[in-house]
Design a protein around this ligand. Structure first.
Ligand SMILES: *Cc1c(COP(=O)(O)O)cnc(C)c1O
Length: 468
């Protein structure tokens, strides 16, 4: 399996190189050259298989032998042994034909663990085999940082630098990152938004001397392996509700478009998906673009679902690439318009392609809180505000009894206790792993939104830097 850049001007890579490289050298994102196909019988068989076995079957065509089979199977088994639910990603019926897929049972209580527990082990394996070091830079709106630190803490071949927007993440999220004192973990609280963090990471990758000297790598969802690991739970959940002999609709709380893009790939591989619903909070660039074709960056407003307080949605470039028939010149044109004027307009044919697979819905803050309250009143179950954005979105779509509805539940309610308490009047139960964080000291550096300052900080602290 070869991987190609959406912008058409970077070397083709195999799987092993693609996970180490992260962002393509032409600024584009790597995608597989073709979509592997799973047969209806194979998909049907997933319904009665353990999660790890499905994970192997879904991911193996992407890995394509670059990692030995037994090594890859061990990586999968170890990654999911740390999940607290025996099903790994349990599916719960909330109402008739309304299902919640809980993908947050990993070590940091948000769905980022599903992919990062695999990716951390893959990168560690490759670096050890090659006897190389790497510097991993991560932009986080809150959950990716903690999950990346959990995946790489103490790893002898990689240093991790996490940039989070200062005072724009929840206290639990911050403490999950800043209470780690391992030598290879560094936290930067950036005076800016998540989009600023992500912009700096991209700028470091486009600064080739810095990139090469530090052996920069990224585990943000621009990294193909993040997407790959997330495809699996679309297959496990849909097959357990009757796919491929029944259609399924997924409603996904969306920020950087990595999670829902994995659903798109599952569809390309043969899963019977009726529609993928993009659920946004009031930072609604994705809802607007799907409705109007105009992708326009406006300011970011802080909400009760901070992991989705994003305007520049990296993985949207991957969907555009397919919507434009994989024509990289169109992507280069749209992305240069985005960097020059903060906007672009999608042509009618490409927009139609997007609308065939996706629809979108925006949920207001009051509706998010009311949904948390409604669910609690009806069932005693607490859901987190990101899940609530998606559940509210799903409930305002037309329901069709022939189509199973699955809502992705991306975080444990205890990660966002203030919002949950505001909605229900009760504090969510704190798992001991989270309450312990409040007794620990913190370590992080508050730095200005300035590329040079950030690069100097990383150069001074990274062990992969040949000058250190
Ligand atoms: C990251 C995150 C999202 C958004 O996922 P994307 O892949 O960025 O679209 C939604 N909910 C939670 C809790 C998250 O951590």
């Amino acid at each position: 399996m070869k991987y190609i850049s959406t912008r058409g001007n970077a070397p083709e890579l195999n799987f092993e190189d693609v996970i180490i490289t992260g962002l393509a050298t032409d600024g584009g994102l790597y995608v597989p050259e073709t979509w592997p196909q799973l047969s209806p019988d194979q998909i049907r068989s997933f319904a009665s298989m353990p999660y790890c076995d499905v994970a192997y079957e879904v991911m193996a065509p992407f890995v394509d032998g670059t990692i030995e089979d037994n090594v890859f199977k061990d990586i999968i088994a170890e990654a999911y042994a740390g999940f607290s639910h025996p099903a790994v990603v349990p599916l719960k019926e909330m109402q008739p034909n309304e299902w919640i897929l809980e993908i947050f049972h990993g070590p940091t209580f948000a769905f980022k663990d599903v992919a990062l527990q695999v990716l951390g082990r893959l990168i560690d394996h490759v670096l050890k085999k090659r006897d190389e070091r790497a510097t991993i830079v991560v932009a986080t709106s809150g959950d990716t940082g903690g999950a990346a630190i959990e995946a790489f803490r103490g790893c002898s071949h990689a240093d991790v630098f996490v940039l989070h927007p200062h005072e724009r993440v929840s206290e639990v999220q911050r403490r999950q990152m800043t209470t780690t004192f391992e030598d290879n973990v560094h936290n930067i609280a950036l005076e800016g938004t998540f989009d600023d963090c992500q912009g700096l990471v991209k700028a470091m990758f486009n600064h080739s001397a810095f990139r090469d000297n530090l052996k920069l790598s990224s585990v943000n969802s621009i990294n193909w392996a993040r997407i790959m690991a997330q495809i699996v739970y679309y297959f496990t959940s849909a097959s357990s509700l009757g796919a491929p002999d029944r259609l399924v609709r997924f409603c996904v709380p969306t920020g950087n478009f990595g999670d829902i893009y994995a659903g798109f790939v599952a569809g390309k591989m043969g899963l019977s998906i009726d529609k993928l619903t993009i659920a946004t909070n009031m930072n609604d660039i994705l809802e607007r673009v799907v409705r109007t074709g105009r992708y326009e960056v406006l300011g970011v407003t802080p909400t009760v679902s901070p992991s989705m307080d994003i305007q520049v949605s990296s993985n949207f470039e991957r969907i555009l690439f397919d919507a434009y028939g994989r024509d990289s010149e169109s992507i280069v044109r749209l992305m240069s318009s985005l960097s020059q004027s903060g906007a672009f307009t999608i042509g009618p044919e490409a927009l139609k392609n997007i609308n065939d697979d996706f629809d979108a819905v925006r949920t207001e803050e009051e509706e998010t809180l009311k949904t948390i309250e409604d669910v609690y009143t009806a069932s005693g179950v607490m859901i987190d505000p990101h899940t609530a954005v998606a559940l509210a979105g799903s409930r305002c779509k037309n329901q069709n009894e022939n189509v199973a509805n699955i809502v992705l539940s991306t975080a444990h309610p205890a990660k966002f206790p203030d919002a949950v308490e505001k909605a229900t009047g009760h504090k969510p139960h704190m798992p001991p792993e989270l309450s312990a964080l409040f007794d620990l000291g913190e370590r992080f550096s508050v730095l200005p939104n300035d590329l040079e300052t950030i690069e100097e900080f990383i150069e001074a602290n990274a062990r992969a830097n040949s000058c250190n």
